[in-house]
Design a protein around this ligand. Sequence first.
Ligand SMILES: [Zn+2]
Length: 446
Amino acid sequence: MKIRKTRSICPTCLKEIPADIINHNDKIYIEKKCKNHGKFKAIHYFDNPLVYESMHNIIKDSETGNPDGMVIDITLNCNMGCPFCFAKTDRRTMDEPSIDTILSKIKGFKGSSIYLCGGEPTTREDLEEIISKIKEKGKNIVLFTNGLKLADKEYLKRLRERGLDLVILSFSSFDRHQSRKIYGKDIITDKLSAIKNITEMNIPLYLMAIVKKKTIEKQINEMIDFLKRNKTSVRVLNFQVLWYPDGKGTENEVTTHKILQYLTSNYGLTVDDFIQSTIFSHRFFEILRKTTGYGGRRSPRCEIRCYTWINNGEIIPISKIINISELNKKLTKINNQMSRQKRGKLWILMKNFPVIFLLTEFIKNQKLRLFIIGKIPFLFFDMINNRALAFSQTRGLLSIMLGNYHTIENVDLDFIKTCTLYASDNDMHEESFCMREIKRTCKEVK
Ligand SMILES: [Zn+2]
């Protein structure tokens, strides 16, 4: 059954072509046809029909705006060489951009955050200087890293002092045996030390875990168990499917649906918890942005998340803390009204603020009372300190996220146009991070 039309890219000539979204046996596919290279069909990145539809509808076309983050590759060197790395840095060459070049890429960029990427950015000797120069431009600094060098506390401290705001750490496994087999050494110990140091310095941390088909249960269980047992500054746990930008190999990997299925059947979360959390995140930030002019990163259609609260070793989804679908209805109404009216946003918010609903929930729900008393002071503290990154950074809140990248085979431009993470190319041309990787990888293979 055909659901709707979209646009995609021809895997052969890389030109933009028309595509259809199809529901076949309760799975979502993307089908496309190039005049010169024929028909292609691939499983959609959100293969679960309910999730696909919700994510498609979550953002109106009119709400797609400027990207909030920019990825800059500052080196191709790496101190690990993972066999599954999408960057394939061993096959590429690049002149490391000088600090001036990096600054020229940022010039005029309106988004709030710069993502330093690579290779492994900590292999650059002048990383501290890069961070402080970008910080001077008023941007948040996010570091994509394997974390090995952050096991050195003094080094991390210097990065923090220069202005590091957020660490995105790739951390997929606790398997020391496998680590020795792949890297010839135990990297788990270093990564755990890095997490400990980052937590002690109260730097917000995102963990990116690449989940493999064979070990999905073990990986998810160990990750969640680790976060339940340890107090960390982890705010986002992002389960990702191994990414092949050129699409080759994708069929042997798990899908977002499989990960979702495992999480919902084993951790008391529901698919609706994910959908409602994502709607909440989107509406909350839209309203904040419309009233104040700033308000956190925009979420694209490609990211689904579940807000949870880890309390006494238990994972509590947001729906157990508050009637989130009801709250979302109220927020959607406010947001729609703000979109229609050009002026008086604050007045709309005040007039429609769901005071009675919130009070009733507060009285009715003990979990909400405990949550508010325990967490709200932190929320305000974090908002004041770090406006742009605030909400998802709040202590004790854990977003379990399924963030996945498109491949040449399933790229859905209806999703890409909501992308918030852009990459700046050498020729200063900007495009969505995954589109750049797709094009780059496909051109290199040819
Ligand atoms: Zn073609």
